[in-house]
Design a protein around this ligand. Structure first.
Ligand code: GAR
Length: 208
């Protein structure tokens, strides 16, 4: 059984999708054992507590440098015995140490079809604002492994979502979450827990 540790910063609807998938028996081979937040006031922590999942908080601003924060986060994840780490709306950039210690074991959900609308500065609502500004007719979400390149690691799953006339960033964000993120994130985690993802360099192959 793989220990799933989820990192969050905000509302935690993706964490909720993972908890719901687990309750439906869809995370076979894994168990959500800990939720770690970068923000002590994140509602995601309440969601974890309601499901009797252990929580912890680690704030970037409590460390003088990215190196010290990176060291502390790596130690915390090691102490929690993480086999897979899920970034579910985690808004802090990871350092080299944690990425190296958990290579191809950190899964991120990004609210666009990578390589569109991704990279540094593209997070949360901003991603949807830029998609609307560009006038794309299709957007979506991507579940991918984390490497040293921001939003540049091997892609695991993607799902497309149509943009509709009159969409605001908020409306589009909600549709992308409902139709894509909340579906592909639990699916990617389940595939990982069942050893069904083969990583070849910067691409993956899914064993059906
Ligand atoms: C989600 O849309 C997630 O894809 C995005 O933040 C939101 C968090 O919502 N993540 C990023 O933009 C990362 N680059 P949630 O807290 O309700 O899951």
């Amino acid at each position: 059984m793989k220990n799933i540790v989820v990192l969050v910063s905000g509302g935690g609807t993706n964490l909720q999708a993972l908890l719901d998938a687990q309750n439906r028996g869809e995370l076979a081979g894994g168990k959500i054992t800990c939720v770690i937040s970068s923000n002590p006031n994140a509602y995601a922590l309440e969601r974890a507590k309601k499901h009797n999942v252990e929580t912890a908080v680690i704030r970037r601003k409590d460390y003088d440098s990215l190196e010290a924060y990176d060291e502390a986060l790596t130690a915390l994840l090691t102490q929690k015995g993480a086999d897979v780490i899920v970034l579910a709306g985690f808004m802090t950039i990871l350092g080299k140490k944690v990425i190296g210690a958990f290579r191809n074991k950190i899964i991120n959900i990004h609210p666009a079809l990578i390589p569109s609308f991704c990279g540094e500065g593209y997070y949360g609502l901003r991603v949807h604002e830029e998609a609307l500004k560009k006038g794309v007719k299709v957007t979506g979400a991507t579940a991918h492994f984390v490497n040293e390149v921001c939003d540049g690691g091997p892609i695991i799953l993607q799902k497309a979502v149509e943009v509709q006339n009159g969409d605001t960033p908020e409306v589009l964000q909600k549709r992308v979450m409902e139709q894509a993120e909340w579906k592909i994130l639990p699916k990617a985690v389940a595939l990982f827990c069942q050893d069904k993802i083969i990583v070849n360099g910067n691409t993956t192959e899914i064993i059906e």
